[in-house]
Design a protein around this ligand. Structure first.
Ligand SMILES: [Zn+2]
Length: 650
């Protein structure tokens, strides 16, 4: 049995969750108050036989032991795996020689980058050349010495070979310096310092390891003119490290290493646009703030954040261009994942993205043409208020569309409704959908019934996924965990993944068939096991990057490589088959979703009953949710039989 399965089998989810949550037995399940949001009525359910947890309240999410620990601690999968492996007494496989080699090379690069941090810091703090930069940080940016120290800020001298000479003298090869992104190549041959006359901002990954630099050009030294704002002489205002093995703009978020815990404590993450905004906000005590790498937000970045919180506030630049860039980024991220649908910038695209990520995205608009760091310097309480008043994206879009229009005009009404309703239908939570529909009706002064269109297609329920039962533990010695038939949910998930690993191209045809039947395409959220979600994302990602093979990625991505061995063996058997695999895949997907919806309905019914007995008002919400899930189940069944019929005709 693969090590991952062994870990899953050895750790009892009830024991694990009980370390944090007081659980009460509730029939076959356990219930308690959700540890991830505050509530008075328990809506948090743990199913020991399925090894799963689920919050039916505000979080509206669930998963396995891995996702529980990831969410609770703000760790990534690998950290969580190490932790749970140790807890389960399972030794993780060692690296293969090739993996070890890649790891060593990365370690060397990180070491070099750490030395570069010291080099630039020395230039800033201890040389005359750095004096101007230091003054700028203190006087213009209001950063204290402690903050400069905490964030490891530095200064790259205004010279072509300063870093180059320093590191070559220290024994580094030119090729290493190039690979770390510290040097650039001349067309005519030779190399020179990439960063010159810039304030250097070390960028670390979410675990605090050096990844690269962001560099802001120094404003000119001449006495500042009143109109002078930026100082664009000598290149772009901001320059990042080039893409290197460690520095990937789409995967890093500036400040996340420091913000991870504060984000979990605050229950939300705030995204600003500039590195210096992040630093100023941290200095003012607002530590749940991060920023993308000077480019639009990507799906991967949102995913990184989502490990710590569902609620993400976008503090958008006051200027429209900045707003557009952020919104556009979200849309771009969606496009990358959703090739079948109509593309182009529209608000629906943005929200679709939100729905798939199951994130609660909000927008805070900055007033008076000020940047976040200017606002927090003017008045920290104002920042607090702006963030707390951030509008849900639906409302933001509603207000933006309505601005300056005549809401009495019937045509305007139907136009706005036509644009906003699809956004509402995409929301993951049925209670939220009802609330927004009512709001839109009031806003447009129309009867709410007029807004009740056909049910949103999709049929993607949320579910708690089954898991292999805990094996009977032998007394004394560590139990030999046998390979035994896994639970239906687990084996359906691995069945789907093994086919996709063998024939990744099938995923497009599979998506198309589902969408033609009115169902959502296959997504990571269809899978209940965290490792399966990760593997599915890899398959989709590899498919979208030409030439990449998911199997390669899987083998490279530590430490999943060894752990997914069973899956790869299983995949090998599909290589020779083609004709019926698509049908096979479709059937498995429908079955998986049906099981998920069935589980949810049962658990919600139980919660409803319990709330009823206690005369709790939540009973009504649970009832609504049961109805909603039942509708989804009916829709899924209809689509499923349509799919079956259509496939037979082919
Ligand atoms: Zn919750």
């Amino acid at each position: 049995m693969a090590q991952l399965e062994e870990i899953k089998a050895r750790i009892d989810i009830v024991d694990l969750v009980s370390e944090t949550v007081k659980l009460r037995r509730a029939g076959r399940n356990f219930s308690g108050l959700c540890p991830f949001h505050s509530e008075k009525t328990p809506s948090f359910i743990v199913s020991p036989e399925r090894g799963a947890w689920r919050c039916f309240g505000q979080c509206n999410e669930g998963g396995d032991i891995f996702s529980f620990v990831m969410k609770k601690e703000g760790w990534d999968f690998k950290e969580t795996l190490r932790f749970l492996a140790q807890k389960a007494g399972v030794t993780l496989e060692a690296y293969t020689p090739r993996q070890q080699e890649a790891k060593d090379a990365n370690e060397r690069l990180r070491g070099l980058l750490e030395e570069a941090v010291n080099f630039y810091r020395h230039q800033l703090l201890q040389t005359d050349a750095g004096k101007g930069a230091l003054d700028y940080l203190h006087e213009k940016r209001g950063l204290t010495g402690a903050t400069v120290e905490t964030f490891g800020l530095g200064y790259a001298p205004d010279a072509w070979e300063s870093a180059r000479t320093h590191f070559i003298d220290k024994g580094y090869a030119e090729s290493e310096l190039l690979e770390a992104g510290l040097l650039s190549s001349r067309d005519s041959g030779g190399t020179y310092d990439r960063f010159r006359n810039r304030i250097m901002i070390p960028i670390r990954d979410e675990q605090g390891r050096m990844a690269g630099f962001g560099a802001r050009i120094m404003p000119p030294h001449s006495p500042p003119l009143p109109s002078e704002m930026g100082g664009d002489k000598g290149g772009a205002k901001f320059l990042n490290s080039p893409e290197t093995p460690l520095f990937s703009k789409s995967r890093l978020l500036y400040g996340l290493d420091r913000a991870r815990k504060p984000i979990r404590i605050a229950g939300q993450a705030v995204i600003v646009e500039g590195y210096l905004d992040v630093i100023a906000l941290h200095q003012a005590g607002f530590e749940n703030v991060v920023s993308p790498m000077g480019t639009a937000l990507t799906e991967e970045q949102l995913r990184l954040l989502k490990r710590s919180t569902r609620r993400i506030v976008l503090a958008l630049d006051p200027d429209a261009a900045g707003q557009k860039a952020v919104l556009h980024g979200l849309d771009a991220a969606r496009q990358a994942l959703d090739r079948q649908t109509e593309t182009g910038f529209d608000a629906r695209g943005l929200l679709r993205h939100e729905a798939r990520l199951q994130a609660d995205l909000r927008v805070a608009s900055m007033p008076d043409n000020l940047d976040p760091d200017e606002i927090v310097q003017r008045d920290p309480d104002e920042w607090k208020r702006l963030v707390s008043e951030a509008q849900p994206v639906v409302l933001h879009v509603m207000n933006t569309l309505a601005a300056g229009r005549d809401l009495e005009d019937a045509r305007v009404k139907s136009e706005i409704a036509a644009q906003v309703l699809p956004l509402i239908e995409d929301l993951p939570n049925p209670v939220e959908r009802d609330t927004y529909r009512q709001r839109l009706a009031r806003f447009l002064k129309v009867d709410e019934r007029a807004l009740l269109g056909p049910q949103a297609a999709g049929g993607k329920g949320r579910r708690i996924r089954p898991r292999p039962e805990k094996p009977a533990q032998a007394q004394g010695e560590a139990p030999a965990v046998e390979a035994r038939p896994l639970s239906p949910g687990h084996s359906i998930e691995s069945h789907i993944l093994s086919i996709l690993l063998a024939k990744p191209g099938l995923l497009y045809r599979h998506d198309r068939a589902l969408q033609e039947a009115g169902l959502a395409r296959l997504g990571a959220e269809d899978f209940g096991y965290t490792d399966h979600q990760i593997i599915f994302r890899m398959v989709r990602q590899a498919l979208e990057q030409e030439g990449a093979s998911p199997e390669e990625d899987l083998r490279r991505e530590l430490p999943l490589a060894g752990l997914a061995a069973d899956l790869l063996t299983q995949a090998a058997q599909w290589q020779q088959r083609d004709d019926t695999l698509l049908d096979d895949l479709l059937r498995a997907t429908v079955k998986l979703r049906r099981m998920g919806l069935g589980d949810s309905i049962n658990q919600l019914r139980y919660l409803q009953e319990e709330a009823n007995q206690q005369g709790d008002l939540m009973a009504g919400s649970y009832r609504e949710m049961v109805l909603q899930q039942s509708r989804l189940l009916r829709h899924l069944d209809q689509a499923g039989s349509k799919l079956g019929a259509a496939r037979r005709q082919d």
